[in-house]
Design a binder for this molecule. Structure first.
Ligand code: AMP
Length: 196
């Protein structure tokens, strides 16, 4: 099963991708997690990405495309994968199409998490407050101003790729504002339908 999870920041893609990957025993490929790990490890990619992430902007295409091209070639992706946070613009979507054509691994579906923006802002502020009250640290890009930038970038650069996938007959929209369990059930139903 080869899937893309598409949706704005805070829509629950990461939570759902991690659950489904675990259930289906396939790889969960989150470019955000990979970039945050690279920053922690102070690798050249991490050093390059840090400023973009802190500002809520997209890391340059060649960096994320390179990361995904390498990761998708690893053995654990043969059984399938969920791409979470990639592609984020049309150039990345085209690069992904080229990569998968070359590997003869066509995508099965693109699950799009539809959200209500106002409720999403409330959700993300709650997430940041909970992290702080538990003694943790909020994500450097979850502060209100940076989060708004991330949402704007989603609308202008990422949302247009849903039309690209709809044209290919791959788009499966779901209501991302429902409970984690309900969203999870709907995703499982889509996967079952595709596999049938
Ligand atoms: P995420 O955890 O998916 O919300 O990603 C956090 C941040 O990492 C984003 O705001 C971007 O700065 C960067 N990032 C993650 N994935 C990509 C991507 N596919 N293209 C460009 N930047 C990305």
């Amino acid at each position: 099963m080869k899937l893309v999870f598409l949706g704005p920041p805070g829509a629950g893609k990461g939570t759902q991708a991690s659950r489904l990957a675990n259930d289906l025993k396939i790889a969960h490929l989150s470019t955000g997690d990979m970039l945050r790990q690279a920053i922690k490890d102070k690798t050249p990619v991490g050093l390059e990405a840090q400023g973009f992430i802190d500002a809520g902007e997209l890391v340059p295409d060649e960096v994320v495309i390179g990361i995904i091209a390498a990761r998708i070639s690893e053995a654990d992706c043969v059984r399938g994968f969920i791409l979470d946070g990639f592609p984020r613009n049309l150039a990345q979507a085209h690069a992904l199409a080229d990569m998968l054509t070359e590997k003869k691994m066509p995508l099965d579906a693109v699950i799009e998490f539809k959200v209500d923006q106002t409720k999403l802002l409330e959700r993300i502020f709650t997430r940041a407050q909970e992290m702080l009250s538990e003694g943790g640290q909020e994500r450097s890009d979850d502060t209100s101003e940076v989060f708004k930038t991330r949402l704007e970038i989603y609308e202008t650069q990422t949302a247009p790729i849903s039309a690209y996938y709809e044209d290919k007959g791959l788009l499966k929209p779901i209501d991302g504002m429902q409970s984690i369990e309900t969203v999870s059930k709907q995703i499982h139903a889509i996967v079952k339908e595709i596999a049938a």
